[in-house]
Design a protein around this ligand. Structure first.
Ligand code: BGC
Length: 888
């Protein structure tokens, strides 16, 4: 039976607050094989029963089931809409209407009637206190409320309340963006929560990224000096009338019991200052102060429909220990980002003081040094009496361990839990195999993502940094996009990248850019500038391209097109005869072939720059092709050819030796296809030689590491790629696993075999960058590969890399068409190793199976399987398939 399951809007199950009609997608369910959609029909209504249909597409002959656009419909602001779909397939079956997916519009073109209001003054510039704002209002109609939608944002970080209850379940709103260009507002449905008569609304406002203390140079007030709130509550009554409640000078303000809150340093709350019922009706706010109006360009307010930070999970302590130095430490067993929520009984004035940190030192004592100046400290002063429960809300901590510096009573596990925070994205990747260390590595990569996807892709979540370093986000983008549904997360960040680009197209090192103009104390940045480093700035091209590849999404390419082009043109402008470099370059950052104590790896900068110049130019030309911009496609593909030629002339000797004898130079040349075909074998052999010189270990940094396994396996060296992946002594991915890591470390030698550590000035234990090897697990080990000609996995290439003495792998990727599954298993038999491969191809897609190492084919039902020497190929439609063969 044919049915439509899971209708998505802008790739989400529902959206609350959008600026334009979302793109629509759906997954198809059927018990048949080889299912292709032949037509669809879409309807839009503003009632969930579709009694009044506002838009009917009619029957459209098309196989499109993702990225479907309808623009004809005129949307009203602050209104809920529903979308449903039905389809017919190539077997003549017709589905029923799908369950409807719903979205709520934002304010669209309606101007904001309210103002930004603040309980602070300019004298609070250096203050990090939390303030309160409140107002009561009465419903001005006896008619029932038909709908009530709140649109709200802030300069700072806000929590909003209605009649004493928190509105929505988002945290750290409105998130972090290039605020002067792009400030997000959130939309909440209060239709069921308003009560007849009087209602109270209120908000708490913290400094957050907006005016707080940020960046390793510890500056503050990057965007402004006062926190402020803006909201517009739109109430529609059943009788057709409307009421609007906004932020204006009728609100009152006061200080909250949270005396201090900063992203790096934590929170101080004195509960004895709590004002019972401050966010409810009936509260006497006569002693509160009037609010002031803050002028701010409201045109930059943009609706955010999804992907907000949420409490995702809670973890219990795994143990409570007393360190050799006598500290009481709670271990949550997992390095994570979020809060500790605690319960406490005590007297007025008793204190709970917690310090959050990542790792114990070699002696088993508390290790805070790598947090640098970030205090990660939470202090709570009890009001006394009944049980009190608290967690901070305007900050977060990166930690596995918590040192309890003060707590009235016994520190027992039931009184503490860790609340895991990250941007709300569905997990799309699953990977399990017979090797437990690899499973732990996959777990660590996933948790590296969780800990660092708090609204912005950050380098690390614990020390005084937590910045959107472009290089880190670039190298991890593809891995992240296998693991989780990153489309809206990256689309948001890329918009800020575009806003913060220099007029010449240069790309800042961090997005949102808070380094420019704030780095006088950092010699490297002060002298070398704050933008345009190879592999970092290339996020401008690689990340949108990755979204296209993974989701088939041309919208993100359209939106980023000028940004992508700007970056490629920047490199061209700053190149000399197509070899480029520019001011400060990070090169193969933190590679082990760096000079003692240096962060800069041995691979020459101009080689890294020019390799990325070629790669980004190639991807940009492909983006131009995908958008039918023929002129740009032709121009930039020709430019790409020229850069490749220059690279070869400059960096290869006439006899085929790559002049820079580093692992990373060879990896880049191979992976970016910069090697003349006649030199390929020599280049691959040298790379293997360079591995052997280090006893099979990598010495690569941020630039070489992500592609190392690919450069080997794509060139017939699958065995060496597996060996590299499975190395478990220093330095290697599994060395960290064996050392008990639960996330990915910044340095291969973050913790050395003798227990000593890399210098504390730069030693994060939750840095996802080297987790970029996750891409190899999905694309090569499981072999779930995308095809740029039919992106979004409309065409799936299934080409697993069997090896490494791993006896089975069970992996899945939940694509926009549905789940792609690959399971392979190797069994020993008297005739040799038997490989069984089970795959699942989603409906309305097709797949190519590419298998190698086949000795004898045992079975391949429901497909035409072509054998060529030891390789086998099959083209299949949707459905489940099994292939069995004897290994060569
Ligand atoms: C960050 C890195 C980043 C690098 C650039 C560091 O401080 O933590 O991950 O990419 O600086 O140099």
């Amino acid at each position: 039976m044919l049915s439509v399951k899971k209708v998505t809007l802008d790739y989400e199950l529902s959206l609350s607050g959008i600026d334009g009609f979302p793109v629509i997608g759906w997954e198809i369910e059927s018990n048949q094989r080889n299912v292709k959609q032949v037509c669809y029909q879409l309807q839009v209504s503003d009632d969930k029963y579709f009694d009044a249909v506002l838009f009917d597409s009619g029957v459209i002959s098309s196989d499109a089931s993702v990225n479907v656009n309808i623009n004809e419909i005129l949307l009203h602001p602050s209104t809920r809409y529903f979308v449903r779909v039905k389809i017919k397939d190539n077997h003549g079956e017709e589905s029923l209407w799908s369950t409807a997916a719903g979205f709520i519009t934002g304010l669209l073109d309606t101007p904001w009637s309210g103002d930004f209001i603040s309980a602070e003054t300019l004298a609070d510039k250096d203050n990090s206190k939390v303030t309160l704002l409140r107002k009561t209002f009465s419903l001005n109609n006896d008619s029932a409320v038909a709908s009530a939608y709140l649109h709200v944002s802030a300069l700072g970080v806000y929590q909003f309340y209605l009649n004493g209850g928190k509105v929505g379940n988002d945290e750290l709103t409105p998130g972090w963006t290039s605020y002067h260009n792009h400030l997000l507002y959130q939309t909440y449905d209060l239709s069921e929560q308003l009560k007849p008569g009087e209602n109270a609304i209120g908000a708490e406002l913290g400094a957050g990224w907006y005016k707080g203390d940020m960046g390793f140079t510890r500056d503050r007030n990057y965007y402004g000096e006062q926190t402020a709130l803006i909201c517009q509550l739109v109430i529609h009554y059943e009788d057709g009338t409307r009421q609007i409640v906004v932020t204006d000078n009728s609100w009152r303000g006061d200080d909250s019991p949270i005396l201090f809150s900063e992203i790096y340093d934590g929170e101080i709350c004195d509960a004895s200052f709590e004002q019972e019922g401050w966010n409810k009706t009936g509260f006497d706010d006569a002693h509160w102060r009037p609010v002031s109006l803050v002028s701010y360009d409201k045109k930059v307010l943009t609706a955010q429909g999804a992907c907000k930070v949420k409490k995702i999970a809670t973890l219990e302590p795994t143990s409570i220990i007393t360190t050799p130095q006598g500290d009481t430490v709670i271990d949550f067993g997992q390095n994570l980002s979020g809060w500790v929520e605690f319960k406490v009984n005590g007297n007025w004035g008793d204190k709970v003081i917690l310090r959050h940190f990542e790792t114990l030192d070699a002696q088993g004592n508390v290790y805070l040094d790598n947090l640098r100046s970030a205090k990660q400290r939470v202090e709570y002063v009890l009001k006394g009496g009944a049980t009190e429960v608290y967690h901070p809300r305007f900050t977060w901590q990166g930690f596995r361990y918590v040192k309890v510096e003060s707590y009235p009573g016994n520190v027992s596990p039931e009184n503490f839990k860790a609340v895991v925070l990250h941007s709300d994205m569905a997990q799309t990747g699953q990977f399990n195999c017979s090797n437990e260390d690899l499973n732990q590595l996959h777990h660590n990569i996933l948790w590296g993502l969780k800990g660092n996807f708090i609204d912005v892709p950050t380098d690390c979540p614990q020390r005084d940094e937590r910045l959107g370093w472009t290089g880190d986000a670039q190298i991890f983008c593809r891995t992240a996009s296998y693991l989780m549904h990153t489309r809206n997360f990256f689309a948001k960040w890329l918009r800020d990248l575009q806003h913060d680009q220099t007029p010449e197209g240069g790309v800042p090192h961090v997005i949102p850019d808070i380094l420019t103009g704030h780095c006088a104390n950092d010699i490297n940045l002060a002298e070398g500038g704050t933008h345009s480093a190879a592999a970092w700035a290339d996020a401008a091209v690689i990340n949108p391209w990755t979204m296209y590849l993974m989701y088939g999404d041309t919208r993100v390419l359209e939106n980023q097109y000028q940004s992508m082009k700007g970056w490629v043109d920047f490199m061209l402008t700053h190149s000399e005869n197509l070899i480029w470099r520019y001011k400060l370059q990070f090169g193969d950052w933190v590679a082990l072939d760096a000079k003692e104590g240096s962060y800069f790896g041995a691979t020459p900068t101009d080689l890294v720059c020019t390799a990325y110049f070629a790669y980004s130019t190639q991807l940009f030309s492909q983006a131009a092709k995908a958008l039918n911009r023929t002129e740009d496609f032709e121009r930039y593909s020709a430019l790409h050819q020229q850069i490749v030629q220059r690279f070869q002339d400059e960096f290869f000797t006439p006899s085929g030796r790559l002049a820079a004898r580093t692992q990373t130079a060879h990896i880049l040349a191979l992976y970016f296809n910069l090697v003349p075909e006649s030199f390929r074998e020599r280049t691959v052999n040298t790379l293997v030689e360079l591995l052997r010189e280090h006893d099979g270990h990598l010495v690569t940094g941020f630039v070489g590491t992500p592609y190392f396994c690919h450069a080997l396996s794509q060139n017939g060296r699958e065995k060496e790629a597996w060996e590299l992946l499975l190395k478990d002594d220093f330095p290697s991915w599994l060395y960290q696993v064996k050392a008990g890591a639960t996330t990915i470390w910044e340095h291969w030698d973050g913790m050395k075999p003798d227990g000593s550590m890399w210098s504390a000035d730069m030693n994060s234990f939750n840095h996802y960058a080297y987790g970029a090897v996750g891409e190899w697990l999905y694309r090569s080990v499981a072999g779930i590969e995308a095809d740029a000609d039919e992106p979004g996995f409309k065409h799936v290439i299934i080409a697993p890399t069997i090896g490494g003495n791993v006896s089975w792998v069970d992996a899945a990727y939940d694509s926009v068409y549905g789940e792609i599954k690959v399971r392979w298993q190797v069994r020993q038999s008297s005739a040799g190793d038997i490989v069984t491969l089970d795959v699942k191809v989603p409906h309305n897609t097709h797949a190519t199976l590419k298998l190698s190492g086949i000795g004898e084919l045992l079975s391949a039902r429901d497909m035409t399987f072509k054998l060529q020497k030891n390789s086998g190929f099959a083209e299949v439609g949707s459905g489940d398939y099994k292939v069995e063969y004897l290994r060569a």
